[in-house]
Design a protein around this ligand. Structure first.
Ligand code: PEP
Ligand code: MN
Length: 266
């Protein structure tokens, strides 16, 4: 169902007036994790000031260590909902288990399925039965064929509002947190009719190369870019090394806009 052979026209996912998949790049910014109302509000104000329509933030965090910050859970979703109403932003947030899904639908506009859950087939089937868009991240060691099949699980249940997100894969290279597989973008766009995002934060894990990575994503035809922004990354409860602060976000976004203008991407 997700195959281009089945449907040749691009799927457009509309969220909060933002049309994703029309050729004009969309942007999802926000903190790695929801930590407090003020923390998210500061980022939301910066996003709103740029005229953007979406915000991200994790309430359920899939952490490597059980002793690391696990997210605020339902309280985090409530903060996101309040922010959404106050700033007019649609919320993208990860749900890690089907048992949280029903409740979460009252608070989130886009359900993110994280890299670690790309092959959690029961979760895929569950998000396949909702009528909200799903942002599906590529698994840490998933082939593109496995990624496409994961999207197929969702669509096979009736939900055709799916955004694919390349977020880097594990290789032997240690200079970056993961290896951004930039060629995944045109391949996924050839093989499927779904919009494709690139998460520059988790793929590179390096603040110093977020901008060139985002330029590459746009140049190669990505429908959107995701990146993490935190008011004070040094004290962030997760991903402290790679989130942009508000000034860095401002420079990142303006540079990207200039790049898009110069290269006539609108
Ligand atoms: C995230 O986007 O918050 C996240 C945990 O990313 P990933 O699932 O790609 O590691
Ligand atoms: Mn993160």
């Amino acid at each position: 169902l997700v195959s281009r052979k089945k449907k040749s026209a691009d799927t457009v996912v509309e969220i909060n007036g933002e049309k994703i998949g029309t050729g004009s790049p969309s942007f999802v910014f926000g903190p790695c994790a929801v930590e407090s109302y003020t923390q998210v509000a500061e980022v939301a104000a910066a996003i709103q000031a740029k005229g953007l329509k979406l915000i991200r933030g994790g309430a359920y965090k899939p952490r490597t260590s059980p002793y690391d910050f696990q997210g605020l859970g339902l309280d985090g979703l409530k903060i996101l909902k309040q922010i959404s109403q106050e700033y007019g932003l649609a919320v993208v947030s990860e749900i890690v288990t089907p048992s949280h899904l029903d409740e979460a639908l009252d608070y989130v506009d886009v359900v993110q399925v994280g890299a670690r859950n790309m092959q959690n087939f029961e979760l895929l089937k569950a998000v396949g039965s909702i009528n909200k868009p799903v942002l599906l991240k590529r698994g840490i060691a998933a082939t593109l064929d496995e990624f496409i099949h994961a999207a197929e699980y969702i669509m096979s249940q009736g939900n055709d509002q799916i955004i694919l997100c390349e977020r880097g894969i594990r290789t032997y290279e240690r200079a970056t947190r993961n290896t951004l597989d930039i060629s995944a973008v045109p391949i996924l766009k050839q093989e499927t009719h779904l919009p494709v995002f690139v998460d520059v934060t988790h793929s590179t894990g390096r603040r110093d190369i977020l901008l060139p990575a985002a330029k590459a994503a746009i140049a190669i035809g990505a429908d959107g870019v995701m990146a993490e922004v935190h008011p004070d990354p040094a004290v962030a409860l997760s991903d402290a090394a790679q989130q942009m602060n508000l000034q860095q976000f401002d420079e990142f976004y303006n540079s990207l806009q200039n790049f898009m203008k110069t290269h006539e991407v609108h």
